[in-house]
Ligand binder design. Sequence first.
Ligand code: NAP
Length: 474
Amino acid sequence: MNTPMWIAGQARTADTWAPVHDPYTGREVGRVPVATKAQIVEAIELMTRGGPSKLTRNQRSVILRRVAELIRADADTLARLDSSESGLCLKDTRHEIARSIDVLNVAADATTFDDSSVYPGAIGACGKNRRIFTQREPLGLAAALTPFNHPLNQVVHKIAPAIAAGTPMIVKPSEKTPLTALRLAEICYEAGLPPEMLSVVTGNPGEIAEVFTTHPAVALINFTGSPAVGKRLVQMAGYRKMVVELGGNDPLIVMEDADVEKAAEIAVGGAYGNSGQRCTAVKRILVQRGIADAFVAALARRTQALVCGNPMDERTDIGTVIDEAAAIAIERRVEAALAAGATLVTGQPRQGALFHPTVLDHVPADCELVAEETFGPVAPVIRFDDIDQAIALSNGTRYGLSSGVCTDRLDWVTRFVTELKVGSLNVWEAPGYRSEASPFGGVKDSGLGCKEGVAEAIKLYSTIKTFSLPWPNP
Ligand code: NAP
């Protein structure tokens, strides 16, 4: 079925169409237009010609809640659409939909908050009897490029704070998972979002990015994806605001005082949830040597209990990765780790894009499987002797997104909080834990330090203006 893209509320086709495939069956599940550069420019111009958005805070809040309600009403169909193009199992896509509803409601709540501040003018030897006030103003237009791993929530995390801030947004979702994003656009218009506030365009990522990074009306580009593409966009973007949320190689650190069953449960959820395709998935498990045998046994037992296979089967815990090429790349890294001295604890042969959850032990820290980001359901265990070594291993990759720590010792927690070079840390939780409102984002090759999460993202999608008035300063 051909699904149109959305240019400022108008359904648009193109001369060329790109197929979208179900990673599990390999069947074509839809086709989306390959937009021309002229169509992208047209979208930008239609969205900006009327000047800044006139929506009131209350109107923005009502629309956001209505989008959340419509998603809730359509949750089953949306989950199936999401699973059909991503290969994620229904358990994962239903969870994603619940998170998206939360994001929208948190963004609606945020419209009631005004972070304006007041500064006294009569300070210092040159002060004056004036007061200086701040107010936030929306941007003319923001552009976003999103990855495939959460076809709905990645887009909602861009759109919802933009609507809350009153900033129009043009989004290019991943070519691999555009159908859910296009359905979201329809829902937003149905909820009363004015057409000029949103476009969702599909097509050649390089060409679309070229327009985003050169058109003068685009005030901000918000990119989530791999470091290679993100860094290229930063170079192309020139003099405009740029937000990059990039990859991760997050550790779960299990210290010798940890309850191994509790730690193994966290490892399983963190390493395999969403088929291991989360920026904050557990990608390395660092375990103190004294409890490593017991921990690996608990991890293997829990891993073997998982149901893998047809994403549309309600019993399935782990669906496919995004495509067979991705599964082959993971398989090669696992084979290379085994050749370098790692041992296979549990795993099964790959079937197309289905990569079964795999536990490896004694993984050398310098093999590609753990030195780079491996985006799939693999749980590689690296053993260490003491906390100094755990911190060095944890900090020893180019990434710095998040981390999880299993210990009850406050002196160790204090050292991890202080010494891990990451954007976030969770004690007795997987690295992926966050609230939709709290600041989120990484350092090093995981990001430039800008934070998302609804409250911080609203700041990104706005500028602060200051104005001063003559005012006595008591
Ligand atoms: P990706 O290949 O970098 O793609 C991300 C987006 O950029 C997609 O829309 C993609 O389009 C587009 N793109 C690809 N090549 C481009 C180019 N030359 N110019 C402009 N845009 C281009 O990343 P991915 O494989 O989809 O996603 C996985 C990565 O995202 C992982 O590294 C993961 O850790 C990271 N991620 C980070 C976060 C975070 O918050 N830090 C969250 C989720 C995921 P097409 O798909 O159409 O090619």
